[in-house]
Design a protein around this ligand. Structure first.
Ligand code: HAM
Length: 418
């Protein structure tokens, strides 16, 4: 029989320390900015993403994991491809909540993409959102919070921040017309772009086809077509980031792959990541709440960190991070199954006294148990043989020095504490 392997594009985390470290550091960091943690379901209605991310985005048109319940009575459901739409849905359902509602969450997301370095079909995001604030200063604050997290808390030096401004929805509609005039003059765009041109022209800039990419190099850019009001906000954002000493580069071609954005968009990228170079992306989405069905406007903004990609960025600088050190390990070793009950009792008393204790109960030889304990970096071995059982003692062996001493069973915790 063939062994069953993991699903293509998914990963097993056999060591979760770095993952946990990132989460804990983020939680500590954002609590200083007064963000609270929430959690939303992994399954949502497909409609939620169709309406908000856009039918012609890659995520919705090609990458959704659509699921059906066995009874097939439910509407089409899917595994969430991202968390923003779900967060706004949760906000609208949880009303009344005070705004700005500043929340973060984390968990698995699902996109049926072609797997490659840093690109998975199940991946994890930390998602952070500010719902109900129209102030562009809020954008500067959110970007600064992320920038401080990456550079100061995680000591990343290899990344850069790219920003762009997509203007208001009216600016975008006018800009789309300008792009249409430009594209109409082009020869040889691919079939997907032909469809996008008719349905959602700005998505042509997502095209990976090399011919299209070359053709679009001279396309008009959004920041040259902003209304005077948008232009002011765009300048304000740049000024405030400069005031806060946040280094950024303006990338007029940055459009992001989801339709809900307006005004600010940004990405933190790292050259270490190859083609999939963004480990965090976000922006403003002032109409998303209305697209879900809200009568009231809730201008909002947020970002998501790709945890797998952030881990790739951090791997070379792990030594600089204060990853939590494991507790010293104590190993209880019964020399035969007869001593297992006593081993269980001893380990129980050590657990109660807060010692990290492993208990080898599988009847291995002392030599093998020692080898295993050594591999695990154990501090002490606590050996229980027939003699120790009779004498009510434990043979306590220091794994570093090799010194060993018989200690009365009742005194072991006190002895180890010394
Ligand atoms: P996104 O750019 O689609 O934005 O994803 C955010 C981040 O998730 C990316 O920068 C990347 O690090 C990671 N990511 C995306 N797809 C994959 C994948 N297939 N494999 C591994 N990592 C991936 C959003 O999802 C928006 N919801 C962000 C946002 C929040 N905007 C406003 N609020």
């Amino acid at each position: 029989m063939q062994t069953i392997s993991r699903v293509k594009g998914t990963q097993d985390f056999l060591d979760t320390r770095l993952f946990q470290f990132i989460l804990e550091q983020f939680q500590t960091h954002v609590s200083l900015y007064h963000f609270n943690q929430i959690s939303t379901p992994i399954i949502e209605h497909v409609e939620l993403f169709k309406r908000t991310l856009g039918t012609y985005t890659d995520v919705v048109s090609k990458e959704m994991f659509v699921i059906k319940s066995a009874s097939q009575k439910d509407d089409a459901l899917c595994l969430r491809p991202e968390a923003t739409a779900a967060t706004v849905r949760a906000f609208l359902q949880g009303q009344p909540l005070t705004t700005p509602w500043k929340v973060y969450s984390y968990g698995p997301m699902f996109r049926y993409e072609r797997p490659q370095k840093g690109r998975f079909r199940q991946f994890h995001q930390i998602n952070v959102e500010v719902i109900g604030s129209s102030s562009i200063s809020q954008d500067a604050l959110l970007i600064t919070m992320l920038d401080r997290f990456f550079h100061e808390k995680l000591k990343i030096e290899s990344s850069s921040l790219q920003i762009n401004f997509l203007g208001s929805y009216d600016d975008r509609a006018r800009y789309a017309e300008t792009v249409k005039v430009f594209v109409d003059q082009l020869d040889g765009i691919c079939e997907t772009c032909m469809v996008r041109k008719e349905n959602n022209i700005l998505r042509i800039f997502d095209c990976k086809n090399p011919t299209c990419k070359t053709l679009y190099e001279n396309a008009p850019v959004m920041i040259d077509h902003l209304s005077s009001e948008s232009q002011k906000e765009w300048e304000q954002l740049q000024n405030e980031l400069t005031l806060l000493s946040v280094t950024f580069a303006v990338n007029p071609r940055l459009v992001r792959g989801l339709d809900y954005y307006n005004k600010t968009v940004f990405e933190f990228v790292s050259g270490q990541l190859g083609a999939q170079d963004a480990f965090c992306g976000g922006g403003r989405y002032d109409r998303l709440a209305q697209e879900i069905g809200s009568k009231q406007e809730y201008p909002s903004l947020g970002a998501a960190i790709g945890i797998e990609r952030l881990m790739l960025v951090l791997e070379p600088i792990m030594d600089l991070l204060a990853l939590p050190q494991p507790h010293p390990l104590y190993v209880v070793m019964p020399l035969s199954q007869e001593q297992n009950p006593l081993a269980l009792l001893l380990a129980d008393s050590l657990h109660a006294a807060d010692f990290a204790t492993d208990t080898y109960l599988d009847g291995d030889s002392l030599k093998n148990m020692m080898k295993r304990a050594n591999k695990m970096g154990a501090a002490y071995a606590l050996i229980l043989g027939e003699q120790e059982q009779n004498d009510k003692t434990v043979l306590v062996k220091n794994m570093m020095t090799g010194d060993q001493e018989a200690i009365s069973q009742v005194d072991v915790a006190a002895y180890l504490r010394r």
